[in-house]
Structure formats: structure tokens, C-alpha cells
Design a protein around this ligand. Structure first.
Ligand code: CTP
Length: 400
């Protein structure tokens, strides 16, 4: 099981002898599915080379706050936005002290200041330095600010002493990074997500469909699962790997999706309708391939059932979240759709804006509920899904 699948992890390596272990840590993080970028402090370069970390991470290693190569010359902001998680390993005594005082005078500390991502510190230092009250006080400050602390381990140290202060083993570090994403905000809840396009067959070899890739729905299913929910994903045809830990039911047509949804919906607390369901299907499906002729061919289409409004209209309906793909007047059309379909929340996006939407890796949505709204700026769908799940859980907790 890939514990860090689809996670963008920024590793900050500081000046501790344990920095020599970081190429192996990076390799193992990548084996677990993470995309890894590395920032080195100047003290860290005494113990490990940028080239080694570049080779194992497959990405350029950054060291300078003022980087003329970085997008708009602001490498710290670019990396702070990019990271799903920031891992400081090994974190030296000096670095911990500096971070706890709010320094932002080099690339790594500026990134920590500029990022909203969860952060993990893995201390590594001589055992006396670890026992020193300055270290404890600095870590207390960082814990209060939301940093998670992993380790240190006990054992023989590079300086010849024995005690607490060794960098934790790579497996433990990876477990701790993975647990940064397990918010528990949907613990014990059952969530159903629909995703992808549907196919409406005309004959045995032809069908009507749309450009939906399923990426947003799969990312939502993954994020809901990480948030502790028991998740069922009802998916139209996509090229995507099934998300780990999620029960997936594959369907093809809107009718099949509707019947899978209605079979499982009785057990569900939160329904997220992310699929691009075909609004129509051919009235008649030919048993045989339709042969070419010189005359025109008309297809008569009949409407499909609206799955989302069907769910929202149930007695004891779950909390329902819909999507609205619009090309204009986002708020008006999205709120109209929310009222018409009777859903609790709607995530709306402009499909033709900067190529965002159906088939892209990034998305930007405005979420509407009751009289409120919240904009989730343009970002990768995986990141956006985690934020949307957090928002859904907050609104749900108020109206379970
Ligand atoms: N939806 C659904 N069943 C359908 C059509 C849509 O459950 N037969 C759901 C989608 O999963 C999405 C929401 O309805 O959550 C809105 O889909 P969208 O295509 O934006 O809206 P439509 O209802 O199809 O309206 P229109 O195409 O006129 O904008």
C-alpha cells in the first residue's frame, strides 16, 4: 500500500550529522508514492550534497531565499504553495530554536512561515542537547503552533554517546508523514462519491459521453477516506487507479449509476455528486452496429433521471453536495441549481476559465451553502479535494 500516494512533500534538511541519511529517506518516500522536493540549509550542505538529493528526488534542490530561477523570483512562496506537507528532518537543535523564534531569514524558515501545509519535525542531536531545557521549550512553542514532532529515537550516537537524540528510522518517519493527512474530520461517517463520465450507448460500439476524467471525484474519495470516512466510489469509465481503502463500483451508463447509488444510499451520511452524468440517453439502442447510409441520421434523446436531486429528495436524505459546471454567471446559476435540486452545498466552477475543469489537473471552485460562500483558489485537484472535504465536514457537523 502506497502510504504517500499523490502527496507533494517538501523535505527541509538542516545541519545535523543525520543529514547523511536523507537520500535514503527521499528514496523511500518516493517508493511510497510521494513527489519530493528538497530544501537544504547551508549547515546541511556540510553533511549531504545537493547533487545526491537532486539525483534521488528527481527535482532541483533549493538552497537560496533569493533565487532568480524561481517563478517570479519567489521560491519560498512557490514551494510553500506547492507542498501538501513539510517535513523537517533531521531538525538540529539550532534550527528548532530558530524556527521557534519565528525567524524567516533563509529559504526554509521563510517557507515554513508562508505555508498552510501540515508540518512535521524530526529532531536529531546529541543527547545532552536534546535534554537541554532550551530544546524542550522551543519544541513546546512549535507544538503549540501546530507542528507535529516525531522522535527522536534512543541509541548510540555519532558523537559516541548513548541516549535520546537519534533521527527516527525512515519507516517511522513515513508513517508519521502519512498520519499528517489523517485528520479524522469524517471519522465514523459513511460517504458516497460519484465520479467520471457516463456512457450512453447508441449501438454496441458507439456511445455519447463527455470529457470528464474523474480526477476530481477520485481525489475527493481519497481525501474523504484519509479524513476517516468509510467511502464508496461509484465511478464511470476512467483511466484512474482506484483510490486505496475506498470501495469502488464501476458503472457505465447514467441508469447504472442511478441504480448503484439507490442501492447503497440508505447507509450514507454524506453524498458527493461529482460525476458528469449525461443528461440524456438515446431512446432506442440498436442491437447491431448501425450501418452507414447516404441519408441523414437522427437520434432521439430522452432525459436521464437526475441522480443528485433524487438523493436530496429522499426522506432521511444524507447531507448532499453537488457540483455545477457553468460557463457564465457562476453564483446565480450555482445557487439556482442548489435550490432546484435541494442540495445542501454546491461547488461551482467556470469550465472555460484558463482551461480549468473537466480534464485538467488543477481546478478552482467557489463553494456555496446557505447564505455563505468560500473560494478555493486554483490548485491541484488533490489539494483542492482535501480542502473541500474539510469544508464539507465543518458544514456537516453544524447540520448533521
Ligand atoms: N447530476 C446528476 N444527475 C444528472 C445530471 C447531473 O446527479 N442526470 C449532478 C452532477 O453530478 C452534479 C450536478 O448534478 O453534481 C450538476 O451537474 P451539471 O451538469 O452542472 O448540471 P445539470 O443539472 O446537468 O444542468 P445544466 O447542464 O443545465 O447546467
Amino acid at each position: 500500500m502506497n502510504k504517500l500516494a499523490f502527496k507533494k512533500c517538501l523535505l527541509i534538511v538542516t545541519g545535523s550529522i543525520a543529514a547523511y541519511k536523507t537520500p535514503d529517506i527521499v528514496r523511500r518516500m518516493r517508493d511510497q508514492g510521494a513527489e519530493v522536493r528538497v530544501v537544504l540549509t547551508s549547515a546541511a550542505t556540510e553533511f549531504v550534497t545537493p547533487l545526491a538529493l537532486q539525483a534521488v528526488s528527481g527535482n532541483e534542490v533549493r538552497q537560496d531565499l533569493f533565487d532568480h530561477q524561481a517563478e517570479a523570483g519567489m521560491g519560498h512562496i512557490e514551494l510553500a504553495r506547492w507542498a501538501d506537507a513539510i517535513v523537517i528532518a533531521p531538525a538540529s537543535a539550532d534550527y528548532i530554536a530558530k524556527l521557534s523564534k519565528g525567524s524567516a531569514d533563509d529559504l526554509s524558515t521563510a517557507i515554513c512561515r508562508a505555508s498552510e501545509a501540515p508540518m512535521l519535525i524530526a529532531p536529531a542531536m546529541n543527547q545532552q542537547m536534546w535534554e537541554n531545557s532550551f530544546t524542550k521549550e522551543a519544541l513546546d512553542v512549535l507544538s503549540e503552533k501546530g507542528f507535529c514532532v516525531c522522535g527522536p529515537d534512543s541509541g548510540s550516537q555519532a558523537c559516541g554517546e548513548v541516549g535520546l537524540g537519534r533521527l527516527v528510522e525512515a519507516e517511522i518517519l513515513i508513517e508519521s508523514i502519512a498520519s499528517l493527512f489523517n485528520s479524522g474530520s469524517l471519522a465514523k461517517l459513511r460517504v458516497m462519491v460519484t465520479a467520471g463520465p457516463t456512457r450512453e450507448y447508441i449501438d454496441p460500439v458507439r456511445y455519447l459521453t463527455n470529457q470528464s476524467s474523474g480526477k476530481m471525484g477520485y481525489a475527493l474519495a481519497r481525501a474523504a477516506c484519509e479524513a476517516g470516512a468509510n467511502v464508496i466510489l461509484i465511478s464511470g469509465p476512467t483511466n484512474l487507479e482506484p483510490p486505496q481503502g475506498v470501495g469502488v463500483e464501476y458503472i457505465s451508463s447514467a441508469k447504472e449509476m442511478a441504480s448503484s447509488v439507490s442501492e447503497g444510499i440508505g447507509e450514507i451520511d454524506i453524498f458527493i455528486g461529482c460525476a458528469a452524468v449525461s443528461d440524456y440517453r438515446p431512446e432506442a439502442v440498436s442491437d447491431q452496429k448501425i450501418k452507414k447510409s447516404d441519408s441523414t441520421l437522427s437520434l432521439k434523446l430522452i432525459p436521464n433521471k437526475d441522480i443528485l436531486s433524487g438523493v436530496a429528495g429522499l426522506t432521511n436524505a444524507p447531507f448532499t453536495v453537488g457540483f455545477a459546471a457553468e460557463t457564465e454567471e457562476l453564483e446565480r446559476f450555482a445557487r439556482d441549481k442548489m435550490t432546484k435540486k435541494g442540495v445542501d452545498m454546491i461547488a461551482a466552477n467556470l469550465v472555460d476559465k484558463d482551461g480549468l475543469g473537466f480534464n485538467s489537473d488543477d481546478n478552482e471552485v467557489t463553494v456555496f451553502w446557505e447564505n455563505e460562500s468560500y473560494v478555493l483558489e486554483k490548485q491541484p485537484k488533490e489539494q483542492l479535494a482535501r480542502k473541500l472535504v474539510t469544508l464539507i465536514s465543518r458544514v456537516y457537523q453544524k447540520n448533521p
